[in-house]
Design a protein around this ligand. Structure first.
Ligand code: MN
Ligand code: MN
Length: 326
């Protein structure tokens, strides 16, 4: 494994709470991280299939069964989750998000021969090895979903910080491999949406502010027209499929089943929809059969990181100077 639980235990600047799940915020953060991993594991089975091929092979794909083009074991996750864990570990080791440590963590992750890796991620990590610059050159072509799929640890670490801080954090991690304005807009939207879902804000307001807000600012993201089937790795199609599934369903399970049965880049739409749905519906809404099939080492790492990242955010928030008294 490329991430190490030990390293976190040794260097984490914060401690887990005695009973983290007693706090609704911690519980939702854990559910978001598990949602990411579950969506990834569920979707990977049907990644690169069309909805028709999925229907012919699985009927409705609703169980974490492994297989797929990567020939996974049931419950195994892919780059979406493992890059997130690598990023989360880098944040916890340093006590903050830095582009340089994120780049080093992704590089170490790539050396660990991950089960899959996106082309843009590989190309720009090879660039980083050559130049040592943790920011990839801006490119119109790098509008893939590879930075958006791993926003969660950065979003948790900057929870409660002003929106400028959230934007900074989402870009610092994203630009290591994707320096592109469509990817940036998606990462920023997802980060702010996650914060609002963690607070428990009304989802209608969230759709208006963040999802509709994104398509108002960049009309290419409009998701209220045709149903997006077979979404590619292009961030626009990924976000359209995720928004359609997320806002049209009313529980965690339906949301994930809707999005992965669209096929295409299903592990990544599953991962992104899963983090949003986890933050929205909480732990109790995650089907037991999915939780128990998820690889236990991955499950433990996700739970632990989610708690530690939220503890880190809380420690920062209370470190703000107290208001001056007369
Ligand atoms: Mn993947
Ligand atoms: Mn994918």
């Amino acid at each position: 494994m490329f991430w190490s639980g030990e390293l976190i235990a040794r260097t984490a600047p914060v401690r887990r709470r005695a009973n983290p799940l007693a706090s609704p915020l911690h519980e939702r953060a854990v559910a978001a991280y598990l949602g990411l991993a579950i969506g990834d594991a569920l979707g990977a089975t049907v990644e690169f299939m069309t909805p028709k091929e999925i229907r012919q092979t699985h009927g409705v794909h609703r169980d974490i069964s492994g297989g797929g083009w990567l020939r996974l074991k049931a419950g195994q996750v892919t780059d979406d989750t493992t890059m997130s864990l690598a990023l989360g570990e880098a944040i916890l080791t340093r006590g903050k998000l830095e582009a340089s440590s994120a780049a080093a963590a992704f590089d170490a992750w790539m050396r660990g021969k991950p089960v899959d890796i996106g082309n843009t991620v590989r190309r720009n990590l090879i660039g980083y090895r050559k130049t040592g610059n943790p920011e990839a050159p801006a490119s119109e072509h790098d509008a893939g979903n590879g930075a958006a799929m791993r926003v969660l640890p950065a979003a948790l670490a900057c929870y409660g910080q002003p929106p400028e801080e959230a934007v900074f954090a989402s870009r610092a991690q994203a630009h290591v491999t994707h320096n592109n304005k469509l990817s940036d807009a998606a990462c920023e939207t997802l980060t702010l949406m996650l914060h609002d879902l963690l607070i428990g804000r009304d989802v209608v307001a969230i759709e208006l502010d963040h999802a509709a807000g994104l398509s108002a600012a960049l009309p290419v993201f409009a998701y209220d027209r045709k149903r997006c089937e077979n979404p590619s790795g292009y961030i626009v199609e990924t976000m359209q499929a995720v928004f359609q599934a997320f806002f049209a369903t009313e529980n965690f399970e339906d949301c994930l089943i809707d999005v992965v049965n669209r096929g295409g880049d299903a592990d990544t739409t599953g991962a992104i929809a899963g983090m949003l749905a986890g933050a929205r519906y909480g732990l109790a809404a995650i089907p037991r059969r999915w939780l128990s099939t998820l690889n236990s080492e991955v499950r433990e790492a996700c739970e632990k990181q989610a708690e530690l990242l939220i503890c880190l955010a809380e420690a920062k928030n209370t470190a703000l100077p107290a208001p001056a008294t007369a």
